[in-house]
Design a protein around this ligand. Sequence first.
Ligand SMILES: [Zn+2]
Length: 251
Amino acid sequence: MSPAAAPMSQKPLGLFPPKDFWDSLPPPPLPTYVCDGGLVVRSKVTDKHRKVPRECDCWHCRVHGPRLKQQWADHLDEMLCQADEDGLSLFLASIPPTPCAWAAFRRLLARHGASGRYGRLRFDEGCLVVTTAPVGRPVSLDEARAVLARAVAALPFDRRISSGRAWKLPPKPPSEWEVVDELTEEAAAQVEDRLAAVGIVVEDDGTWIPPAEWVEDSWLYIDFLKYLRGEGPPPPRNTLGACPSPDPWPR
Ligand SMILES: [Zn+2]
């Protein structure tokens, strides 16, 4: 290292690198990994079941990586509009891609009372930070939104977007469905055939209800899920004590 070169952490914050480097980056290649298979989910309210695609929520997945990216892009865009509506100014800063530069920058954000209001895109070349703290370059709402949209699009899938507390992604709304089993791609493709083979009707909305005696008896239920996975025979129907409905002998 030449004596003139200052360590990264001593470079002026908010000024590195000087150009909008993300505009010159080639579009990132799509991830090669694809999550496959499916999930068996069961309603918490009724005995309805469904097969749904697996939700890996993974940046490295070809299906969910782009979806996650879009979710972040939409969310941060909303945060920028909200901040503008609240009368806050917006700033863009680029900082070196080193932990100590980031630590110093976070202290700066905290000093300006905006530690929770920032979004950060981590590139190999540096981090882009959009924030309401007066650090970096002041920008209009339109410019902030446009730069962020371009930068998110240029972000490789092995990099990350993160945010401060106030700009966190909202939690997923509670679902009526809970996961009861996982299926391989092969098993997921055969679920409908297996259900038909034991006389279970799949409704138009994709839901189906297993026989009551299978749902009520945990051992039979486990056998049923195993059968759907292709790992065993279906459980017996109408076992001792179970009565076919409707009651054939009305009193
Ligand atoms: Zn996935």
